[in-house]
Design a protein around this ligand. Structure first.
Ligand SMILES: Nc1nc2c(ncn2[C@@H]2O[C@@H]3COP(=O)(O)O[C@H]4[C@@H](O)[C@H](n5cnc6c(=O)[nH]c(N)nc65)O[C@@H]4COP(=O)(O)O[C@H]3[C@H]2O)c(=O)[nH]1
Length: 509
């Protein structure tokens, strides 16, 4: 019961929403950790790969330089020009091969003899220069490779197309650039000067062979693109898992948190079953009826006695449908074998104040008696003295309707409560059931015997049918016999048993 508050709708909704956000947050954390690790790994691999590919491209320039190195300082005759052109044709990625003296180019593969100025001081590490184009192909980027041999040397133009292809291919999840000195090329092949890279996490790798760096920037947009590309399943799965967990939380709180919901569930599954205890004639001890006592046939805990669930059932109002279930089960099981019941057999059902709120009780009693139309039985409704029924218009019309049908009313646990004579008369009580606590005192001491005598005496004066409950010993029977009570009930005659056992033991064949 202490956990009942968990069952309140808004608490259940709040906790379910909380469960949703906790699982979703864990999911977001897991996805972002997983993808950021993956992204770092992939971009580091791209960086290393880009350096390898740019090195390979520049190696071609170096190979071409090796081949024409012996021509450095020679005059620019046809053989030299031919040799330079031969390298352009032979070596991949190489666009031009030129010879220079000091700061002047004097022999080129493209134009043969040509005088042009070369700004040797702009070369990074005296080896590489990024250019956005040359006079022949302006706007077409290239990288110049220089090999200097004591003031003279070779300049090789490497096509920027290959380089920006490398950048483009390897920059799927980051902004990748090739940096030479203070110039850099982006993946579109555009040459920039100075800083100006986008914001984000930066990584860099320098070539071991040539004076350039590959740099990359992981932008926020890259992170998201990576998440959508590589964590699609998790992105779909985590919200679904979160919704499932929230749903389960809601359902479990509904069950675990509330014993009332557990009772409701048990009622829907018809786990409440009737047990019957015989009621015998006070003189000849022959079977005259049976009291229907409810048991909970729990799938895990086994048979649960009424004191563990009846109070909550009464408090929650569930006792009404539970009793209706008892009546229906007894009706359906005994109806077909009614012929085997002794004449005027009575069925006693425990009824609490909650039943007297509307007229469905009348309908239930009518249906019950109808099932025994070929071999009529008596129906006794037992009201406990501890919980008195309030007198109202509806209770009076209910009692009148019940009386018209021949239903008998018994006052259970007589002697323990506070029912007055007026009360007993107002509700037309037919039967008094002397509480077992009085019967249990028989033979214990002289004072106890005195109290029992008085209760029996009071019951007799009220001139009602009397039942002595809780008879367990022969001594109690011997004590009660001279009082000529109408009925006896107790373990001495029989304990409450399941319907089938009751039928086997007590019904005539
Ligand atoms: N020690 C001892 N006990 C004996 C003896 N003879 C009978 N009893 C027990 O006394 C109780 C008699 O029922 P109750 O006074 O109506 O008291 C019932 C009744 O108030 C309530 N109850 C049981 N079934 C229902 C039901 O269907 N509806 C409602 N509203 N209450 C029920 O639970 C109470 C307890 O039921 P049970 O545990 O079945 O306990 C039963 C029965 O097993 C005996 O010789 N010695």
């Amino acid at each position: 019961m202490a956990l009942n508050w968990l069952n309140r709708p808004y608490i259940r909704i709040c906790l379910s929403v909380l469960a949703f956000f906790i699982v979703a947050a864990l999911g977001v954390l897991a996805i972002s950790w997983q993808t950021s690790q993956g992204l770092r790994r992939d971009t580091a691999a791209s960086l290393a790969q880009s350096v390898r590919l740019v090195d390979m491209t520049l190696n071609n320039a170096s190979t071409a330089a090796d081949s024409v190195q012996h021509l450095v300082g020679q005059d620019c005759d046809q053989d030299v020009i031919q040799a330079l052109r031969w390298e352009v044709a032979r070596v991949p990625n190489v666009r031009t091969v030129n010879l220079y003296r000091g700061d002047t180019i004097y022999c080129t593969s493209l134009f043969g003899k040509k005088i042009d100025y070369v700004s040797t001081d702009k070369y990074a590490g005296e080896t590489l220069l990024l250019m956005s184009g040359n006079p022949v192909t302006p706007g077409h980027p290239l990288i110049a490779y220089r090999r200097d041999i004591k003031g003279n040397g070779i300049l090789i133009g490497v096509d920027g197309y290959f380089l920006h292809n490398i950048l483009e291919l390897l920059s799927t999840h980051a902004y990748l650039i090739l940096q030479v000195g203070d110039q850099w090329m982006d993946s579109k092949g555009k040459i920039h000067q100075g800083e100006g890279w986008p914001d984000g996490t930066r990584m860099a790798l320098a070539s071991a062979r040539y004076p350039y760096n590959m740099r990359l920037v992981i932008r926020n947009s890259d992170q998201w693109r990576y998440v959508f590309d590589y964590a699609t399943v998790s992105l779909v799965l985590f919200p679904l898992v979160s919704i499932f967990i929230a749903f389960m939380t809601y359902m479990l709180l509904g069950r675990v948190g509330s014993p009332i919901s557990t009772l409701k569930d048990a009622l829907a599954k018809k786990q409440f079953v009737p047990f019957l205890q015989p009621v015998v004639d006070g003189t000849n001890h022959r079977l005259t009826g049976g009291e229907v006592l409810m048991r909970w046939q729990h799938p895990q805990s086994g048979l649960i006695p009424p004191y563990q669930f009846i109070p909550l059932a009464e408090e929650s109002g569930l006792i009404v449908p539970m009793t209706r279930l008892m009546m229906a089960q007894v009706r359906d099981q005994f109806g077909p074998v009614a012929a085997q019941l002794p004449d005027n057999f009575h069925f006693g059902f425990n009824i609490c104040a909650g039943h007297f709120k509307d007229l469905t009780l009348v309908e239930d009693c009518k249906a019950f008696l109808h099932a025994f139309k070929d071999k009529p039985v008596l129906l006794v409704l037992e009201l406990t003295e501890r919980e008195l029924i309030e007198s109202s218009e509806i209770t009076h019309s209910l009692f009148s309707a019940l009386r018209r049908m021949g239903v008998l009313i018994a006052m259970d646990d007589f002697g323990t409560g506070h029912s007055s004579l007026t009360y007993l008369q107002k509700f037309h009580i037919d039967i008094l059931k002397i509480d077992q606590s009085f019967i249990g005192r028989i033979g214990t001491d002289a004072l106890a015997g005195h109290i029992v005598d008085n209760v029996i005496d009071l019951a007799k004066r009220l001139q009602m049918v009397i039942v002595a409950e809780g008879i367990e010993t022969q001594e109690q029977i011997d004590y009660l016999t001279p009082f000529h009570l109408d009925y006896f009930q107790g373990y001495f005659f029989g304990k409450p048993v399941p319907v089938t056992e009751f039928m086997e033991k007590w019904l005539q064949r």
